[in-house]
Design a protein around this ligand. Structure first.
Ligand code: SF4
Length: 336
């Protein structure tokens, strides 16, 4: 082929995804799991380059804009987001489908004064192939209670357990938790409600925090620090509600729910086989409420990297309103 007929296409690596917001866009690098904020004009330029050779796209811009495009190319190449190729068809997009072999991927179990039967819960959750369990203890208990909870998962299909417990003076040293970590499913312990005169700290997967966790409504806080950019979270967010999808919860009273903060209950946990409950349309009714259906979030550049809490919402009568605990305004790109 004559050189003059070669058409070079600027192509984004398939692990890099542009998410357009109202004011600006993000590039999610699903391989390095980093999030980059870019102007919408760069996002538009990338999109144009998908369908037309680079030179052709460049010719659409005037002399002044071409300087900006040059800086965009430098930015994209310096960050390893893109490459030039004569054969873009050989680099198809990665699939955005999402699926998981487990009927339930994650569970939340809340505890106040009464402690549930964790042997029973482990059996039910293991049957569903549940991958991850978060146990949130609101009230103070003897250390032996925490040992009993974790021992309930000694034989289990569950891969990961996160435990939240309230601070007590006798729990001030992280070493006290060492026996619990013999169960290697336990990945982290968050000690909440730390007294203000002690600074937050973490050691050996024990994280001491001031934040209070007193009931199921203490949830759904949207923070930049919790944003995720990985293929699993991205594809689940595109197709489903990334918080409620394939989740089961047991609230502090022992009621089966999709999320513990929901009103809708599906009965006392010991009376039912969980598989019968989670297979119903009613239980799954919120699993597909993606951020694209939520006001404000639909225009937000973080919508596929941000947790989708649709239970604690800014308008409590409208589950399609923005999460109550989000301080970001996608129309001004500011955090409050
Ligand atoms: S506006 Fe919606 S998508 Fe954006 S950060 Fe807030 S909750 Fe997340």
């Amino acid at each position: 082929m004559n050189d003059s007929t070669v058409q070079n296409f600027l192509t984004l690596f398939s692990c890099c995804k542009v998410v357009k917001g109202y004011n600006r866009s993000t590039i999610l690098d699903l391989q390095t799991q980093k999030i980059y904020i870019i102007p919408n004009s760069l996002g538009e330029f990338i999109n144009k380059c998908k369908n037309s050779p680079y030179e052709e796209v460049l010719n659409c811009y005037n002399k002044e804009d071409k300087k900006t495009i040059k800086s965009y190319i430098d930015y994209l190449t310096n960050n390893n987001f893109c490459f030039f190729t004569e054969t873009p068809d050989k680099f198809p997009d990665i699939s955005t489908e999402w699926d998981h072999p487990s009927k339930i991927t994650n569970a939340i179990i809340d505890i106040s004064s009464h402690v549930h039967d964790f042997l029973y819960l482990n059996k039910q959750l293991s049957k569903l192939g549940c991958y991850s369990v978060e146990i949130r203890v609101f009230n103070k208990h003897d250390f032996s209670v925490y040992e009993k909870i974790i021992a309930g998962f000694n034989n289990s299909r569950i891969k990961q357990i996160i435990l939240h417990i309230p601070y007590q003076v006798n729990l001030a040293s992280s070493e006290i938790f060492d026996p619990l970590f013999f169960n290697q499913r336990l990945k982290a312990i968050y000690v909440h409600s730390l007294t203000k005169n002690i600074a937050e700290y973490s050691k050996n997967s024990v994280i001491y925090k001031h934040e209070k966790l007193i009931d199921a409504s203490c949830c759904g806080k949207i923070s930049r620090n919790n944003f995720l950019a990985n293929i699993d979270f991205y594809t689940e967010s595109i197709n489903h509600n990334n918080c409620l999808n394939r989740k089961i919860s047991i609230d502090a009273d022992g009621n089966i729910k999709n999320c513990p903060a929901m009103k809708a209950s599906f009965g006392y946990y010991k009376k039912y086989d969980f598989n019968d409950i989670i297979s119903t349309d009613k239980f799954q009714s919120n699993w597909d409420t993606t951020k694209d259906k939520i006001s404000a979030c639909a225009d937000c550049e973080f919508r596929y990297s941000c947790l989708n809490c649709q239970i604690i919402t800014s308008d409590k009568n409208n589950m399609y309103s923005k999460p109550k605990h989000c301080g970001y305004d996608p129309y001004t790109s500011t955090w409050r």
